[in-house]
Design a protein around this ligand. Structure first.
Ligand code: SAM
Length: 478
């Protein structure tokens, strides 16, 4: 590996000769492959995966190392959200969340969220009835984040495409903010050669300053007593411990300890011994470079700890428009498609799509809509509205809210599943009734088709389809 000379000098002086030698040898090794299972779906549909290629990741219950790299694009279970491909070190977030989150529903912001590794993990771990706002500043990446969250299937999310400054006005809104900040990416050198090419001393300087700007812009939106998870995938102390020390000094905050096992070989602070920070170094732990700390905002006695929603002036009962009446009717018709027995969800229409969104958090959604935050999706998209008709949304097939028994279900073979994901025509069994049919692969919903008798229309989203006609010779799937 052709590492930048200044990176070598800097990291050698940080770690010492012996540790540096071990790290540089580890960087020549192949990177470990790991996934995290979507336990919700696996339990709901009773899926059995080929367990023999799994080895547990000790700090994450649903995380597993794989002994070989599956052909993820050609694995239908990957597309149905049965698992997420995530680097093992960053799954350590699980320990932080389990040890420090209160046992009550919370509102959390994942500020730099794409492609969604930590977001999907967090979404699985938050106390029930919590809301997660997943934000990404880069538009294209926000789309990928949205796709990954729709596949993950949890309904209580809002995906936004905003800058951190856009959140700065929401004083005391969040109980938890995760800031997995953009960094110089030294810990990704083994995984991503582009990170080596982009590295420079100047870029490290740009990064640590930008990270402070990001934290400054969202600090007021964290509730007093609230928690900030700060993380990077780099080794230098400027972007790591020095930035954590800066946050503690500037805001009078404290870093909280996380209980860890000695066998995990996690490295503590390389800067000030009083800081509670945790590093994953590839020569000590099976994973890529990762740094994390959990920081608590101080709580003063006279602090207001709740966000105050602005008062609506002259809020008279508005007359319902004709289209709203149609939308309400469509929601009533399609409400059977989702599990809403406790009437936890209400309907929202956005860009001709009907969404189910938790009633409890409607004021948040309405506020973001009013203030022109850029919402990519919110809750569970249930249906596309076409005039007076509605067509089940692909995301419904992947959602935890899906009432699968309200649709006719057809189990398909591996070859048919790949054809479906390529948006090719699927021939259904002769007895299939006309209408919307859900296709399952290994019992897990993959998506909808519209059955026309002997033929069917493939409703898989065009922008998600597998574009390549190539089929690998030696397939490894889960
Ligand atoms: C380390 S990545 C996030 C990885 C993600 N948390 C995950 O686990 O999959 C950092 C993200 O921050 C975004 N970003 C870049 N500049 C930013 C800025 N000024 N403010 C907020 N986010 C930014 C990047 O586009 C990138 O998606």
């Amino acid at each position: 590996m052709n590492l930048p000379p200044q990176f070598i000098t800097q990291t050698q002086s940080l770690l010492g000769d012996v540790e540096w030698q071990k790290l540089s040898e580890a960087l020549e090794e192949p990177q470990p492959i790991s996934i995290r299972l979507n336990q919700n779906k696996i339990d709901k549909y009773g899926i059995c995966l080929s367990q023999d290629i799994f080895e547990s990741i000790p700090w994450c219950e649903s995380g597993f190392y794989l002994s070989a790299r599956p052909t993820f694009t050609y694995d239908p279970l990957f597309h149905s959200g049965a698992y997420y491909v995530q680097e093992a070190s960053s799954m350590f977030i699980e320990q932080i969340v389990k040890q420090h989150l209160p046992h009550k529903n919370i509102v959390a912001l994942d500020l730099c969220a794409a492609p969604g590794g930590k977001t999907t993990l967090l979404r699985s771990l938050l106390p029930s009835n919590s809301l997660l706002i997943a934000n990404e500043i880069v538009r294209k990446r926000a789309q990928i984040l949205s796709e990954n969250l729709l596949k993950w299937g949890h309904p209580d999310v809002i995906v936004t495409n905003n800058s951190s400054e856009d959140f700065s006005e929401y004083t005391n809104m969040f109980d938890l903010i995760v800031a997995d900040v953009p960094c110089s990416g030294e810990g990704m050198f083994r995984k991503d050669e582009g990170a080596i090419a982009e590295w420079s001393v100047e870029n490290v300087d740009v990064c640590w300053k930008r990270q402070r700007d990001i934290i400054s812009s969202i600090w007021h939106s964290l509730k007093p007593g609230g928690l900030l998870i700060y993380s990077t995938c780099t080794y230098n102390t400027k972007e790591n411990e020095e930035n954590v020390a800066w946050i503690l000094d500037t805001y009078g905050a404290q870093s909280l300890p996380v209980q860890i096992e000695d066998s995990w070989n996690i490295t503590r602070s390389l800067y000030s011994k009083t800081l509670n920070t945790y590093r994953f170094m590839p020569h000590k732990t099976k994973g890529e470079g990762f740094f994390v700390s959990i920081i608590q905002k101080p709580l003063e006695e006279d602090d207001v700890v709740e966000f105050r929603f602005p008062k609506e002036k002259g809020k008279n009962k508005k007359r319902i428009t004709a289209q709203e009446a149609i939308n309400n009717k469509i929601f009533e018709e399609s409400i059977n498609w989702i599990n809403n027995s406790n009437e936890v969800y209400d309907s929202v229409v956005y860009n001709d799509t009907l969404f189910a969104f938790p009633k409890l958090y409607m004021p948040y959604l309405q506020l973001y809509q009013k203030e022109k935050m850029c919402i990519v999706h919110a809750g569970t998209p249930i249906a596309y509205i076409k005039g007076k008709a509605c067509i089940p949304h692909h995301a419904l097939a992947l959602s935890n809210l899906l009432q699968i028994n309200t649709f006719e279900k057809v189990e398909i073979s591996y070859e048919q599943a790949i054809a479906y994901l390529r948006k090719e025509a699927i021939t259904l069994p002769a007895m299939t009734s006309k209408g919307f049919v859900i296709l399952t692969y290994k019992n897990m919903p993959l998506g909808f088709v519209k059955s026309l008798g002997n033929r069917s229309n493939n409703l898989y989203p065009t922008e998600w389809r597998i574009r390549s006609g190539y089929m690998p010779q030696h397939l490894l799937t889960l």
